[in-house]
Design a protein around this ligand. Structure first.
Ligand SMILES: [Zn+2]
Ligand SMILES: [Zn+2]
Length: 235
């Protein structure tokens, strides 16, 4: 046991029982999302976007682990704002297990996994990016290539000197920078990891950047831990 665990004993973020950040009982309360189409949110094998729904999105498939609700938001808040590295590890473990329960890992074989970048300021404050922790765990478990430095989030007002420095190794797209020397010829697809889907606009925007860079044939998937209930099911 680490000394820190003795000083600050871990406790379940939901029921407060000591031992882990998420106890085995509370994880059972997480509601698993069924394989659905990202766009219309009706059932779809392997989370693949329906062909007809492809008119409104470029995302090829989007995996979702659990429903985002009052319960899971407690976990997400702790993970997002506490800066506790262990919470990201806890989420990694359960998310890897959740993916492994499905056929989706096989579908993603040969993919290059990356993450939705957080703002540079937040990363600096925290010293690490939680999504990197989760991305690494997922790629190690399923044997995917992984890089967390493919994308950089753009700031509204970028200092010219920072801009110059970035543009030496990154190409400037609408909302993101993409690494200049990124070569995707060895990969079947690109998969972007995110923690929670709200509007989906970030993923759409990343997808568009990749398509501008590599052409429309590039297959872009997403792995998301949480997503809210479809609105038409909320009654
Ligand atoms: Zn609990
Ligand atoms: Zn659909």
């Amino acid at each position: 046991m680490y000394i820190l665990d003795l000083l600050f004993p871990k406790s379940c973020q939901i029921c407060k029982k000591e031992g882990q950040y998420l106890c085995n009982q509370c994880i059972k309360l997480f509601k698993k999302n069924l394989p659905e189409c990202y766009k219309c949110r009706k059932l779809s094998n392997l989370y693949i976007t329906h062909r007809l729904c492809k008119d409104d999105t470029n995302l090829n498939s989007v995996f979702v682990g659990w429903e985002y609700n009052d319960l899971t938001s407690l976990i997400l808040k702790k993970y997002k704002y506490s800066g506790v590295k262990d919470m990201a590890q806890t989420l990694s473990e359960i998310f890897v297990q959740r993916i492994a329960e499905t056929e989706y890992p096989k579908y993603l074989e040969g993919t290059l996994l990356t993450i939705v970048p957080i703002s540079r300021r937040r990363q600096k404050e925290r010293g690490f990016n939680q999504l990197s922790t989760i991305g690494k765990a997922v790629s190690e478990k399923f044997g995917y290539a992984f890089s967390d430095s493919i994308l950089i989030r753009k700031k509204d007002r970028e200092h010219q000197s920072v801009k110059n420095r970035l543009e030496r190794s990154y190409i400037n797209y609408s909302d993101f920078y993409i690494k200049k020397d990124l070569d995707i010829r060895d990969y079947k697809s690109i998969t972007v990891l995110d923690d929670v889907i709200t509007t989906g606009s970030t993923l759409e925007s990343i997808c568009l950047c990749f398509q501008k860079r590599f052409g429309n044939e590039i297959q872009v998937n997403a792995l998301c831990i949480f997503r809210g209930k479809p609105y038409y099911l909320s009654c």
